[in-house]
Every structure is written in structure tokens, then in C-alpha cells.
Design a protein around this ligand. Structure first.
Ligand SMILES: Nc1ncnc2c1ncn2[C@@H]1O[C@H](COP(=O)(O)OP(=O)(O)OP(=O)(O)O)[C@@H](O)[C@H]1O
Ligand SMILES: [Mg+2]
Length: 412
């Protein structure tokens, strides 16, 4: 049988041990008695115990709060707003395990409540301000990286786009100067015809004008003009349409994406736009085959999806170029409807992805391309855009030496 005294000292040891643990916890801890009215309804709380972190976080000294009700603390410590906030935490269980922001101090807490004994409630508050700040910084940085990549790819594509615009603009220009000359010739002929009509009306001799019309018709080669002018007009209209298309594609691309709203996107159109502005990146190495299905609209952020398509198309072209075959490679883009998803497959006949590289390709800054050729951001950004921002999935199949297929699934 152990003596009473020994047992008491044991209790003391364990008490001081718990006290130490409590005081050194990073969480603020407070135990309260629940004060109820005669009908059992909670009408207040009395503080029974707190730890050191509680004092640090709340600025409420232990000696000033122990055995006091929240109402008493509210009045005595001139902490009305804080105590109101604190009382809400104790009353509202829906706040538990959620991020709580206490604005006056700018701090974030994770709150847990539990009931150690009948009539008591304990509160644990974990200060997660640093974690939240870090997450916010990371989010901001991610956004900046994505924005930069978007701007970089527009920059890289600029030369190709300029070239794409230059070709139609050039023939529109040539056609316009041809039309100008032809118009002058035809005007000459028209003027003589008008004169002929006037002479005839006035009863004058029309033989000279008639002969002149015959001469002019031959000189300006009317037959040739009648054939060529409509064609020149048609071609020019066509050229302007091409330029308009490129400009429209660039516009969807250069959206910053920061404050962009979700819209209903025609994925086939979006891919077409992306192909239009990236033509300069693939046309020398690959032919693009489109196999577009009849797919529903997808709610999403157009410029982000375009960016993801662009990254995959550029990778496909790079893989074909790296394979270094003389014959043109093929990039196949398929779209299809699969129950509640739209599926987009981008296949290439390039190098394929070696097995040892496969687990790393989605890592930010992982690249097998030389300095200046790749920054290793394309796939990690595409992954973010598709998986995180659109709840989709991005996977791939690959065979060494034969090519790869990247598969995007987007929920409808
Ligand atoms: N279609 C593909 N075929 C073969 N390898 C690929 C393909 N797509 C990606 N890879 C591999 O994955 C790596 C990472 O691709 P990612 O697009 O993230 O970066 P990158 O193309 O190297 O650089 P960036 O896209 O920033 O210009 C590439 O370096 C390449 O090794
Ligand atoms: Mg890439």
C-alpha cells in the first residue's frame, strides 16, 4: 500500500508536467465553464484555465481572466470587440476547423473546440498566419509565373505571327496596286463610252469615238481584266479574313487571365485559334491533322486553356524536330465527347519520352532541352491550368522513338 503523501506528490509531478506541456504548446488553450440559465440554455462562459500561448495571442493576462466570465472581461479589459469575437468562436461550432481571420490583428487561426467534462468547453487556437501568408505568396508567385510564361510565349510567337500576317498582307497590297492600274484603264474606256453616248444623243459623228473604244478595249486587254479583277478582289477579301482571324486569335491569347471571367468555350475553336497563332512553331517540322468531334461547350477560362494547348502543341513540334527526320512529322489533334467529359488528345510522331524522364515531366523547371531552348515550365503550367483550375486531368501515353499522346479531360 502506498502512502497518501507519496500519491499526492505523484499527482503534483504529473500536474506540473501537464502544465509545462500546456504552456509550451504552440496552440493557445483555454478551458471554460459553460454558464446556463434555469432552462439549460448557454448564457455565458467563465474561464477556468489558460496557457502561456493564450496570454501571448490574446494579450489577456491569466490573472486578469481566471474565474472571470466573458462579460466581466469584456467590461474590465476594454476588449469588447475581441471578447465578442471570442464568444462567437465558443458559440458557433460551424467555425470549428475552419480558417478564422481576426482582422484587427491580421492573424489567422485554426480553431478546435472540445468538451472535456460535462459543463465545460475547451478551445484550442492554432495560429496559422505564417502558413496562410506563405500560401498566399506562393499563389501570387504562381500567378506571376503563369502570366510571365503567357507573355513569353506571345513574345516568342511574335516573329512567326508577323510572318503569318505578312504573307496575306503582301498579296492584298499587290492586288490593290493591280486593281488601281486596272481601274485607271477601265475608267479610260468608260469615259470614251460616255462621250460616245453624248455624241450620239447630240446627233454628232460617232465614228471616231467608236474606233477609240475598239482601240482601248484591245490596249487594256479587257478580257484579261474581266477575268483577273474579280479574282484579285476575292483574294484580297480572303487575305483580310486571314489577318482578322490571326488578330482575333491573338486577342484571346493576350488576355492577362487575372480578372478573366469563366465563359462557355468552344474547344474546337480554341484549338483552331491556338494553331493559327503558333503556326510558325510547327509548320516547318510537322503537318497538323485535325479530327474534331461534335463536342459541347466547356465552362472555363479561355486564355488559360489556350495556353495549355499551346504548350502541348509546342512540345509536340519540339519532339518531332528533335527526332530530326527529314520527312515531315504529324501532330494529330482529336476532340471527342466522353459522357460528362470533353477529351482532347494531342499526339506527335516525335522522340517519345524515355522511361526515366517520365515521372519528372510535370515538375516545374524540369527540362531536357538545352539552355535557351526550354525553361521546363510548359507542362507544369498546363497541369495547373487543366487540373487545378478546371478540375480536369492531364495524362500521357508514349512510346520511345514513335511519339507521345497527351490526353486532356475537361468536365462539361
Ligand atoms: N511531346 C513530347 N515528346 C517528348 N518529350 C516531351 C514531350 N512533351 C514534354 N516532353 C518532355 O518533358 C519535358 C518538360 O516539358 P515542358 O513543356 O514542361 O518543358 P520544356 O518544353 O522543356 O520547356 P518550356 O515548355 O518551358 O519551353 C521536356 O523537356 C521534354 O523532355
Ligand atoms: Mg514545353
Amino acid at each position: 500500500m502506498r502512502k497518501d503523501k507519496e500519491m499526492k506528490s505523484d499527482v503534483k509531478v504529473s500536474e506540473s508536467m501537464f502544465r509545462q506541456i500546456f504552456d509550451n504548446m504552440r496552440q493557445a488553450f483555454a478551458l471554460h465553464e459553460i454558464i446556463t440559465d434555469a432552462g439549460g440554455k448557454t448564457i455565458g462562459f467563465r474561464l477556468l484555465g489558460t496557457n502561456k500561448t493564450f496570454e501571448e495571442v490574446t494579450g489577456l493576462n491569466k490573472s486578469a481572466v481566471i474565474d472571470k466570465t466573458l462579460d466581466e472581461i469584456r467590461i474590465s479589459a476594454d476588449r469588447k470587440d475581441f471578447v465578442d469575437f471570442y464568444e462567437r468562436l465558443l458559440l458557433k461550432e460551424e467555425m470549428v476547423n475552419k480558417r478564422i481571420h481576426y482582422e484587427p490583428s491580421g492573424k489567422y487561426f485554426n480553431i478546435s473546440l472540445f468538451f472535456p467534462l460535462e459543463g465545460q468547453i475547451a478551445l484550442l487556437a492554432d495560429d496559422i498566419t505564417d502558413l496562410v501568408k506563405r500560401e498566399e505568396e506562393e499563389k501570387l508567385m504562381e500567378k506571376q509565373i503563369q502570366h510571365r510564361q503567357k507573355m513569353e510565349s506571345v513574345g516568342e510567337l511574335a516573329a512567326g505571327i508577323a510572318h503569318e500576317i505578312n504573307t496575306p498582307i503582301q498579296y492584298v497590297g499587290d492586288n490593290l496596286s493591280f486593281l488601281k492600274d486596272s481601274f485607271a484603264d477601265m475608267m479610260n474606256l468608260c469615259r470614251t463610252a460616255v462621250k460616245l453616248h453624248q455624241s450620239d444623243r447630240d446627233g454628232n459623228d460617232i465614228r471616231y469615238d467608236l474606233a477609240r473604244i475598239g482601240e482601248l478595249t484591245e490596249a487594256v486587254d479587257m478580257e484579261f481584266l474581266m477575268e483577273e479583277v474579280p479574282q484579285a478582289i476575292e483574294q484580297s477579301t480572303d487575305g483580310v479574313k486571314k489577318v482578322t482571324k490571326i488578330v482575333a486569335a491573338m486577342r484571346t491569347f493576350s488576355h492577362s487571365g487575372v480578372a478573366e471571367d469563366q465563359t462557355d468555350i468552344d474547344i474546337n475553336d480554341a484549338i483552331d485559334s491556338t494553331l493559327t497563332i503558333s503556326r510558325g512553331r510547327y509548320k516547318y517540322v510537322a503537318e497538323v491533322q485535325k479530327d474534331f468531334g461534335d463536342i459541347p461547350l466547356v465552362a472555363g477560362y479561355a486564355s488559360d486553356l489556350n495556353q495549355a494547348f499551346l504548350n502541348l502543341i509546342v512540345n509536340a513540334a519540339d519532339a518531332i524536330r528533335e527526332k530530326g527526320e527529314t520527312k515531315t512529322g504529324i501532330i494529330t489533334i482529336r476532340t471527342a465527347n466522353d459522357q460528362d467529359h470533353v477529351v482532347i488528345e494531342i499526339s506527335d510522331t516525335g522522340t517519345g519520352i524515355p522511361e526515366e524522364v517520365q515521372p519528372k515531366i510535370f515538375d516545374p523547371f524540369f527540362t531536357t532541352k538545352g539552355i535557351g531552348a526550354g525553361t521546363g515550365q510548359g507542362l507544369s503550367i498546363s497541369y495547373n491550368m487543366i487540373v487545378k483550375k478546371h478540375n480536369g486531368s492531364l495524362t500521357f501515353k508514349t512510346e520511345r522513338g514513335r511519339g507521345s499522346t497527351f490526353i486532356i479531360r475537361l468536365p462539361i
